[in-house]
Design a protein around this ligand. Structure first.
Ligand SMILES: NC(=O)C1=CN([C@@H]2O[C@H](COP(=O)(O)OP(=O)(O)OC[C@H]3O[C@@H](n4cnc5c(N)ncnc54)[C@H](O)[C@@H]3O)[C@@H](O)[C@H]2O)C=CC1
Ligand SMILES: O=C(CO)COP(=O)(O)O
Length: 332
C-alpha cells in the first residue's frame, strides 16, 4: 500500500501542493488550522476561496484534527506562512513518530530572529528527522491547474529527497529538480519576496523595463552574496529557487509581493495594501528579518535596505530610487 503524505496548511499553496500529490494518485491528507474552513473544504471538495476551479482528486482527504493528520503519515509537508512556522512546529511536536520525515514549502525566515527555517526545525524538533525543502517559481493557481511548472527540492537525506521527488514529479506538467544545497534553496525562496516588492514599487512609480530588470539582476547579486556568506552554493541562485523564482515574482502580477510593491509605489499605505491583497505577503514580514540576517553576516544588501527604510521608517518610494541610483560608482 502507498504511504500517505500530510500537508499542513490549507492556504492557496498548501492546497495546490496537496492537489499535485493526490493527482499523482498518492493518498494525501490536508490539514488547515481553521476547523470551519476544513469542514467547507471537505464539503465542497475544492478550495473555493483560493482555487475555485480545481476539484480535489479522490486521493485527497481533508483532516481537521492535527493529531491524526500528523500520526497518519510518516511524511509531513508544512506550507504555512513563515510568521507561524515556529508555532506549527511546536503544535506538531507532541504527536511526532520516531520515523517521521519533515519537509516544508514555506518561503521565509524565522519570525523576529531571521534564521533559516531549517535552524528553527532543528532547534524545535532536534536533528534526528530527515528534512527537505521545496522552493521555486510556482504560483499556486498555475500548479493546481496543471500548467507546466518546475521546482527545486533539497534535502539532508537522499532517500527522502528521491521518494518525495518521485511522488510529486509528474512527467506531464511538474518537473522536480533535486538540489544538494538546502541553505541556498531556502534562502532564494525567502529573499526573492523582498526583491519582488522592490520591482513592484519600481513599476508602481512608473519606471520601465530597464529599472525592473536592473532590480532583478542586482537583487540576485545581493541574494547570492548573502547566500554565499551562509555557506550556500552560488550556482543554486542560477536555478529554480534563485533566478527562477525571482523573475516569476518580480514580473507577474499573480505575485502578492509584487502587487504589494506596486501599491506602495502608487502611494497606498502598507496596511491598506496588505488589506487589499488579503493573503500572506511574506516579504512584508521578512524584510526586517532579512536586514537582521544581512547585518549579522556583514553583507551589503542595498535594495533590501531601501525596502526596509520604506516599510519601517516611512521613506518615500521616490527617495528610495534616488538613494539606489545615487550610490557610489562601482564595478559589477
Ligand atoms: N501561493 C503561492 O503561489 C505560493 C506560496 N508559497 C509560500 O507558501 C506559504 C504559504 O502561503 P500561501 O498558501 O500562499 O498563503 P495564503 O495566504 O494563501 O494562506 C495562508 C494560510 O495560512 C493559514 N494560517 C494562518 N495562520 C495559521 C496558523 N497559525 N497555523 C496554521 N495555518 C495558519 C491560513 O488559514 C491560510 O490558509 C508562504 O510561505 C508562501 O510564501 C510558495 C510558493 C507559491
Ligand atoms: O512564491 C511564489 C511563487 O513562486 C508566490 O509569490 P508571492 O508570495 O509573491 O505571491
Amino acid at each position: 500500500m502507498q504511504q500517505p503524505i500530510t500537508v499542513l496548511g490549507a492556504g492557496s499553496y498548501g492546497t495546490a501542493l496537496a492537489i499535485a500529490f493526490s493527482r499523482n494518485g498518492f493518498p494525501t491528507l490536508l490539514w488547515g488550522h481553521n476547523p470551519d474552513e476544513c469542514a467547507r473544504l471537505a464539503d465542497e471538495r475544492k478550495n473555493t476561496r483560493f482555487l475555485p476551479d480545481i476539484a480535489f482528486p479522490d486521493a485527497l482527504e481533508i483532516v481537521a484534527d492535527l493529531e491524526s493528520a500528523v500520526k497518519k503519515s510518516r511524511d509531513l509537508l508544512i506550507v504555512v506562512p513563515s510568521h507561524v512556522f515556529g508555532d506549527v512546529l511546536k503544535q506538531i511536536q507532541p504527536f511526532l513518530r520516531a520515523d517521521q520525515r519533515i519537509a516544508w514549502a514555506t518561503k521565509g525566515l524565522e519570525r523576529d530572529r531571521g534564521r533559516l527555517l531549517q535552524s528553527v526545525v532543528e532547534e524545535t524538533l532536534g536533528k534526528s528527522y530527515p528534512l527537505a525543502v521545496l522552493s521555486g517559481p510556482t504560483f499556486a493557481k498555475e500548479l493546481a491547474a496543471g500548467l507546466p511548472t518546475a521546482i527545486a527540492l533539497a534535502s539532508n537525506n537522499d532517500t527522502f529527497a528521491q521518494e518525495l521527488q518521485a511522488r510529486i514529479h509528474c512527467s506531464k506538467h511538474f518537473r522536480v529538480y533535486l538540489n544538494q544545497d538546502m541553505i541556498g534553496v531556502q534562502l532564494g525562496g525567502a529573499i526573492k519576496n523582498v526583491i519582488a516588492i522592490a520591482a513592484g514599487m519600481s513599476d508602481g512609480l512608473g519606471f520601465g523595463a530597464n529599472a525592473r530588470t536592473a532590480l532583478i539582476t542586482r537583487g540576485l547579486a545581493e541574494i547570492s552574496r548573502l547566500g554565499v556568506s551562509l555557506g550556500a552554493n552560488p550556482q543554486t541562485f542560477m536555478g529554480m529557487s534563485g533566478l527562477g523564482d525571482l523573475v516569476l515574482t518580480c514580473t507577474d502580477n499573480q505575485s502578492r509581493n509584487r502587487r504589494f510593491g506596486l501599491a506602495l509605489g502608487q502611494g497606498v499605505s502598507a496596511q491598506d495594501a496588505i488589506n487589499q491583497i488579503g493573503q500572506v505577503v511574506e516579504g512584508y514580514y521578512n524584510t526586517k528579518e532579512t536586514m537582521a540576517l544581512a547585518q549579522r553576516q556583514g553583507v551589503e544588501m542595498p535594495i533590501t535596505e531601501q525596502i526596509y527604510a520604506a516599510l519601517f521608517h516611512g521613506k518615500k518610494p521616490q527617495e528610495m530610487a534616488t538613494a539606489l541610483l545615487g550610490r557610489d560608482r562601482k564595478g559589477e
